[in-house]
Each structure stands twice: as C-alpha cells, then as structure tokens.
Design a protein. Structure first.
Lengths: 428, 428
C-alpha cells in the first residue's frame, strides 16, 4: 500500500522529510504499514519551482494549493510554511477537503489551534503536530500516550533554543546580552528581529500547547504571562552563580488549587536541577507528577532533521491509523474545562536585586518592607558598595503574586531604593 | 464499559496500581474509554490473604491462579510477582487463556521474552511491559511510537538505580564501594545479595529489551557483555575526576558495520555529558540517532508509584485497543534479524591505570607497548610515585576489542607492571 502526501513549502525542515523517508525506508514502511510517497510539493511560484528543479529536486512541484486539495490521491498534507497566513487558510481547506494534516506550526496552533482541531474533528480527520513543541523531542506524543495514567502537577520547560543559547553564553562565558544576541544572529539561531525568541513569545506559544497535553486545558496565548531575557544583566547572571543558581528562560505551567498558572520568565534554577544543565540550543521539558514523580525529556528544539523526525513520526502514525481504520482521533484526547489560577495561589520564590544608599541600616529598611507583606528571606547578599550606593540581593521564600505586586510597589515607593531586577526562583 | 483486571501479587508495586486508579480516575477513564476494575488479586496463601484483609485491603483475594484463568470476565492479567517462576508459567497460561498481560518483569522478559511474545502473537493477545525498563520513564513506548521515523545508532543508559546510587556516593562524597553498598542496603535499594545490581546483570537484562525496541534485534542475555561496579576503586573515581570524567555504570548498545554491540560496564563519562548528571537512584536513556541527533529520557528507575504509572499506562493502552478492536498488536513491532558485531568493529576509548616501578623510562616502555598495537594516547597522568612504584594513568583514543585484548595481554606479560584497572571511556 502507498500513502500519498503533499508538502506545503520546501524550506529547510521540509527537505528533511525526504531525507528520512529515504535513509530509513525499511523501518518507516514497517511501522507505517505503507510506503509514504511525496506526491506533490507546493512552492510559491514558478521561479522557486524552476530553482528547485535546477537544484536537482525531482518532485512534482505545484504553485496552486488547489492542485493538492482536488487531488483525491493525496491523503495527508504536511504544512511546513510557518507563520499564520496562508498556512491557516491552507490547513483549514485541507481539513475540509477530508485530508489529514501534519504541521510544525506552533504560532498557528497556539493562537488558532482550538478552531482547527474543531474543524478536524468535524471532518473526522487527523491534525498532528509533534514537531510544534521542542522540535525533536517526542514530548507531545509521550504526554498523550504515556502520561495517561499519571496526573501532572507542574511542567517546567526550556523551550526556546535561541534564548537558551544566549543565556548559556551569558552564564558560562560571561557574555553580555548584546554579544550573545549578535552571535545567535550570526549563527542563524536568531532572526534579525529576535522579538519572538528573546521576549518569550515563542516559549509562550509552546506553553499553550503543553497546557493542552499536560493538563487537558485549552488556554489562550494571552493567559500565559510572558517575559523574555532582554533585561537579564550580566550582574544578575553573576549574582545567581554566587547564590548557587543558573538563569534560564523557563516556561512554567502549574496546576494550583484554583486553576492553571502558565508563565514564561527568566528563572533562577538551582545548579543541581536537571534543567540547569540543558545548554546551548537544546530544549527540555521537566515534568512533576503524582505517579512518576520527576521526569525529563531532553533533545534538540529545532533544526532540519529533528523537526523532520517528528513530522515523519506523525505521518507514520496517521498511516498506521488509516491501516487500522481508526484515523480521525484527536492527537490529544485529554480535555477538561480550562480554569485559570487566582493570583493568591500562584506562588514562587523570588530574587530581588536592589540598589540602596551605601549607609548603615538598609537591610533593616528592606526587611521591614518585606516583613509587612509577610515575606521571609532565604538568602541575602550585599555587594558592590562604593561609598554612595550598595547592591543588596535577596532571595525570598515563596510568596504569591499579590504579595509580589505589593512588595514591588512598596519598594518602588522608596525614593532612594532602585530595583535593578526581580526574577522567579525555582526552590530546591 | 468496564475492563476487569487481575493482579498477580500484591507487593509494593502492585499496591501502587489501585492508588493511581483512584487518584486519577477521571483522566484514566477518559483515556482508557472504560473503567478499569481490579476484579481479583492472586496472593500466595490464606495467611497472606487474611493479613491483607485485616490491613483493610478490600479486594477479592484468591490463592489459585485457576480462579483467574477460568474467569472469563477478567480480560487483563497484571503480573507483579517478579523472578522467573511461577511468573513464567502464570503468564504463559494467561496468554494461552486469551488474556492480555501486563508485566514489569525484566528478568523474565530478557531471558524468555521471545517465547512469551510468540505465545501472545499466536493467541492474538497483548503482552506489554513498559515498566520493565527504567521503571517510571516511558522509554519503551517512546521508542515504539516516536522513534519509528528515526534510525538509532547508539543508546547509552544509566539503568540500574542501585549501582547509580552507589557510584554517586563514591563520586560526589568519596565513599568506598563497601560503604556505598552498606548504605544502599540500609536504604532498601540493594538486597542482601546485591549481585544482580552491582554486577551489571540487571542492567544487562534491560539492555536486551532496549535492543529490541531501539534496534529491532532480539539478542540473548549472554550476548550482552556485562561487568559491574564491584572493582571500581576510589582511586579510579578520583583519577576520573582529575581527567574530567565521572564514572557510572552504563549500558551501551551500538550498531556497528557488522552488527549490534551491547555492553554494560563502568564507564568514564565526560563531565558535561547529559548522562553525567544523572545521580542517585535516577535512571536515564541517552539516544543517538540520525534524525533527532541526541535526546535523553530521564526519571526514576524503580519505586512503587513510578512503576505502577507505567503498568497503568499499559492497562490504558490495552483497554483503548479493546475499544478500537485493534488489540493484539505487538508492543514493539520493529524487527530485523539479529546480528552481533565483530570484535574489530566494537570501538571505544579506554582508561588504563597501571602500576610501574618508580624509575625513569616507564612512560616510554608503555608507549612502545600501546604503539605496537597502533593505539594512541589522548591523556596521560603520572601520580603517586613513592620511590618504589608509580601510578601511570592513560586515556587512549579509540581502539577495538581485538586491540584491547592484545594490549592487555602485552601489559600483563611485563613482570614489573601491574594493571589496576581498565575501563571504557566515552569520547567527547
């Protein structure tokens, strides 16, 4: 048997698909119970088509989506164009035409996933997207298949390779944010406009998808509080190290008594935490659950072959289900009403870096402000006293978001204090 | 709908199963598409039955396997007794009676797995055993479901929690082997006869199962070269650290040009390798593949709840497949003829710790012996010279097993050299 597929787009990731289908042909056909054949490839225009043909790519390149949608031989459409449009329209039309869809498009899924899944459900077709979160790490299928028996209480993820590469350079080699960004751009990890990566937007998209698979809750992108690494200074990095931590951009999704709390923020991780040694462009998802306890899934977050591996795994799964006549099930079947946590239930330790006058009694003044909000200190460090100003660094015990707001306001109200930074701290 | 199951044995792990079925009832039923009900529990005798009833366990305890096998309402049998017999007979009879079986019994699967799988196949029933390797880590299902598109070239596993706990104490706290063993026994991690753990037998069982899932090859237990941590000394540990490594018991399964090479041995891991920070009783499987590249799966290797989580995930999967009418497929469908590697294709770097006379020219003598086998040095360290003897430590570049045999023989033939230890080294 042969399953015919069509690729939408033939960029870096897309060209990894034929690589795997060829290199791993026997195993893939054994698993898929079918041969998987690339029947058509959609490209932008004749110019791209001619360039690819000239480069020796021997595919049936087409320039109109209709040539794919009206082709009843094509059973699966693989969208690898990225961004919202025209991907959204093409996927919608493919699902409506009764075609199964595989995509790696996290932006689209995070923002329009619920709508697209409803369309897929209505037409009894599959919409799979293993590659959308943490590229090569098979985390979504693992959550959907293996964590069925377990109840997840918290997920922590290093989900953005670009910012993790930058933080690794800042932590391990003392680079500045600007130097790290320049290097990431030079290596092609960061785009010329790095906003999505460095401001935590990309990681927040992935947190939306992880919330569905890990907690059965469909939350909105806007529900994920996100803050990137832009204002993490080399000072913060050095102070973190002195206190026994490394800073990484971490997505945290946690179920509290009142509901789900999802946040992306630069976070102090204890040096011995498994996530602390996830370096460079690697990603990892750390899962806390009532059954397994602690587990971690580590691998490349992006790249041609890792992403293509996840895409082809989805193709195989759909092909098998076509064979078993069980196709059309949701990728993720865990579903509960979404409920967001109240501010007073979202708790964390925090790091405060505060500039004070270099005079006696500053720690006492700070202690009074924190004490008024019933926040206690875990670690305190005074440094960089120059006669005029001093730096006082505090790591607190857990406080909730209300306490955090209050104490931040109270600190800002003191004229001769200057808050350099406030960052989340993962407790030991 | 309700799926009725029977537990064989009601020890620590078995009692984790009802915990999860209760604590996670809604999610489990949503995933299983059925309620899962423990209909019968097999215990040894009336004494155990009465003790469990007195402890408040309200199950239908039976003392004869026949009461389960002849009960047509029982669809799935969960074997959690461990060891070979009577588990083997009970599982065989259950499969022959048309019942699906879930087990965590790695010893049994490593030695008799092929036979049992053939029986399951013949009777078109499921035999699942996610819990058999790395307890709580969903590694087998991940290999079977997500690595379908990828080709694995090497797997490295920290698979035995007991010996990893011991090595962690030896590496991080400088404990002796004996002190670490005594502590492991005190904490209940090691049995009074620790052979299976410390001699690498348990890890070798798991390597047999991983070979099936990762490489599609059914090899024999005897094909896994295994050596435990018994003769790793504190000297080796300290020298490893000086050279930039940590020592762990590592299972390595690698596909060479001529076939599969599987080995369990204490191994030097570069300090920055992700496996190097897998400490205490935690397990991890590090996978190298042509698609994903490098990935790692980390979690608890044993324990009541982690193991029960894997068992219940298997129960859910079978229950779903009963619902879909697709039950009876092999847990692992990847299968190729088994082929073992030739000695000359099995290559690794090695650590040699050699005692020589404390006289000039010893390094030259050693260099000549290694050079005769065309083995080159990567690192060399001379220490502990006391006027009479000196310790010379060498880390080599890659050599094959033939070269290793030859150089070991040549070194032994030199009367005033004494080999303290030879250990595998994972190259950077």
């Amino acid at each position: 048997m042969t399953v015919k597929i069509a690729l939408l787009g033939f960029g870096t990731v897309a060209s990894g698909v034929p690589y795997l289908l060829k290199e791993n042909k026997i195993k893939i056909e054994q698993a898929a119970k079918s041969e998987i054949e690339i029947a058509k490839v959609l490209v932008k225009d004749d110019e791209e088509k001619n360039r690819l043909l000239a480069d020796g790519h021997e595919y049936n390149f087409v320039t109109s989506i209709d040539e794919i949608l009206t082709d009843t031989d094509v059973e699966i459409v693989v969208e690898l164009m990225g961004r919202i449009e025209p991907a959204k329209t093409f996927i919608t039309r493919a699902l409506e035409a009764g075609k199964h869809v595989v995509t790696a498009n996290k932006d689209l899924l995070a923002v329009h996933g619920a709508d697209l899944l409803a369309i897929a459900q209505k037409h009894q077709v599959a919409l799979y997207y293993e590659a959308a979160v943490a590229g090569g790490i098979p985390i979504l299928r693992t959550l959907a298949n293996s964590f069925t028996s377990d109840k997840i209480t918290r997920m922590l993820g290093v989900l953005n390779g670009t910012s993790n590469f930058m933080m690794t350079k800042m932590v391990e080699e003392g680079w500045s944010y600007q130097a790290a960004l320049a290097k990431a751009q030079e290596l092609g990890y960061a785009e010329s406009d790095p906003t999505n990566d460095v401001d935590g937007i990309d990681a927040a998209y992935k947190a939306v998808i992880l919330s569905q698979f890990g907690f059965g809750m469909t939350i909105n992108f806007e529900d994920v509080v996100h803050r990137g690494i832009r204002d993490v200074t080399t000072d913060d990095v050095v102070l973190a190290q002195e206190l026994g931590y490394v800073i990484k951009l971490v997505a945290s999704i946690e179920e509290t008594a009142s509901g789900l709390a999802a946040e992306v923020s630069p976070t102090f991780l204890p040096k011995h935490h498994p996530l602390a040694s996830v370096n460079g462009v690697m990603n990892a998802v750390f899962v806390e659950s009532i059954g397994i306890g602690e587990s971690m899934f580590y691998g490349p977050g992006a790249g041609q072959k890792p992403t293509a591996t996840s895409v082809v795994a989805d193709l195989i799964r759909i092909s098998r289900r076509l064979n078993d006549k069980t196709v059309g099930k949701s990728f993720n079947e865990f579903s509960r009403p979404a409920q967001l946590a109240k501010a007073e239930d979202i708790k964390s330790d925090y790091y405060f870096s505060i500039q004070t006058p270099d005079q006696p009694g500053q720690i006492l003044r700070l202690a009074e402000i924190f004490n008024a909000q019933q926040i206690s200190f875990k670690q305190i460090l005074q440094s960089q006293a120059n006669g005029q100003t001093a730096r006082i660094v505090i790591v607190t015990h857990a406080m909730n978001k209300k306490q955090l707001d209050n104490v931040s306001k109270d600190l800002k109200a003191v004229a001769d204090f200057e808050i350099h930074n406030i960052l989340r701290v993962l407790g030991e």
